[in-house]
Design a protein. Structure first.
Ligand SMILES: Nc1ncnc2c1ncn2[C@@H]1O[C@H](COP(=O)(O)OP(=O)(O)OP(=O)(O)O)[C@@H](O)[C@H]1O
Ligand SMILES: [Mg+2]
Length: 380
């Protein structure tokens, strides 16, 4: 045993679960099981909350909160989202559903050891860049661009950790675009943002096959508090610590929380189509942001759904918005709507299409500068 040995304590309802957990723990030479009767605070506490999670968490509360550097894993035969939330609020780092998947458990233990090593070396985690995707008038293509941009970055650079966050108040559409059933949305995790542990947050985000993580919006009217600007700040602090790129489908750009995001973002994309109602709405949003004191001229204009002969010529769009067009995305209703209807991202399922290549180009232009930027206007 060395000075660096980590002590683990297991508390289960049944002997066979304890034996299984102990057997796996013994495979890790960094970890030693605490002797029975040893009342000191362990480095890792694995607690089976059985069928009374609330009571069990209450009973162990002093131990759960005894030291900031200790970690708690909670396991239960019931893995409903309410119990997982309760575990998170009690400060758990991991939730292990029963029967235990040993590979997942080993992964969780390896993560625990790595975090302890990182804490010893004092390694710093980087600051992620926020890309705020703002739609002006509904249907401009904000969700299409946010989803595919996030996935394009995740697929292009597997070393970049990317999260896609849907800030809409309700009826978020990202799970439809990517055909998954979310276990959690932001309304559930922001309620107790102060107690939201980084590792736990990573565990409850949906992980898409592209490598991007997703935090969706509530699917219906939510009973929780709306996302307030201060809460957004705390959530973004965490997201930027955990991810290199945070892509946000930001919803109504003029709400207080969206303005806060605008101020904080590394890049703001204003999405419009080349048709007058969209251009006018985009212009009004930028003007409103400017009159409220935000640097709206820093927003990058992206014109979506351009054709050979756009309803409003692109030069007129620039004149009207008094800003250059940063990027334009071709109109390809067949490919885009087919992808959305199949719940498959364009950059994954139709990777060779012009729209997919264009959005990959947008990712390059944003992250790697002008060098790789393709022709600004596809049709002129
Ligand atoms: N480049 C494109 N080519 C053709 N059709 C597109 C393109 N981009 C988006 N669309 C279509 O436009 C519709 C609206 O797109 P999307 O849902 O992304 O817009 P939005 O700005 O997020 O809308 P909302 O304000 O309702 O959230 C979709 O049905 C999609 O099929
Ligand atoms: Mg949308």
């Amino acid at each position: 045993m060395t000075e660096d040995t980590l002590f683990a304590k297991i508390e289960t309802k049944g002997k066979s679960l304890a034996k299984q957990l102990e057997r796996v723990l013994r495979e890790f030479e960094e970890i030693k099981l605490q002797e029975p009767g040893d009342l000191s605070s362990p480095d890792l506490f694995i607690l089976d909350v059985g069928e009374d999670p609330e009571g069990e968490l209450d009973r162990f509360r002093p131990l759960l909160q005894s030291s900031l550097k200790n970690e708690v894993f909670i396991t239960s035969a019931v893995s409903e989202s309410q119990i997982i939330l309760m575990a998170m609020r009690a400060g758990a780092k991991e939730f292990l559903p029963q029967p235990i998947d040993e590979e997942d458990f080993k992964h969780a233990i390896a993560g625990f050891i790595a975090r302890r090593e990182q804490a010893c070396t004092g390694e710093e985690v980087g600051r992620g860049r926020i890309i705020n995707v703002m739609g002006g008038k509904g249907g401009a293509g904000a969700t299409t661009i946010a989803v595919n941009l996030a996935l394009a970055v995740a697929m292009r650079d597997s070393l970049s950790k990317v999260v896609l966050f849907d800030m809409h108040k309700r009826l978020g559409e990202i799970p439809v675009f990517l055909s998954f059933k979310p276990a959690f949305d932001w309304s559930e995790i922001t309620k107790d943002i102060d107690r939201l542990d980084d590792t736990f947050l990573m565990n409850i985000l949906y992980k898409h096959s592209s490598g991007a993580y997703v935090l969706p919006a509530p699917a219906r009217m939510n009973n929780y508090m709306p996302l307030m600007p201060d809460t957004l700040d705390l959530l973004m602090d965490k997201m930027q610590r955990l991810f290199d790129i945070v892509v946000v489908d930001s919803g109504n750009p003029l709400e207080d929380t969206a303005c806060k995001l605008f101020e904080r973002a590394w890049t703001n994309l204003m999405i419009s189509t080349p048709s007058m109602p969209y251009v006018v709405t985009a212009g009004r949003i930028l003007a409103s942001l400017k009159s409220a004191g935000y640097r709206s001229d820093s927003a990058k204009i992206v014109v979506n759904r351009i054709t050979k002969h756009p309803e409003v010529p692109l030069s007129d769009v620039e004149t009207y918005l008094s800003a250059p067009i940063f990027w334009s995305v071709p109109n390809d209703y067949k490919t885009v709507s087919a992808s959305i209807n199949r719940g498959a991202a364009i950059v994954q399922e139709a990777a060779k299409s012009a729209v997919a290549k264009n959005i990959q180009g947008l990712a390059d232009a944003l992250l790697h500068g002008e060098k790789k930027r393709k022709k600004k206007w596809l049709f002129k």
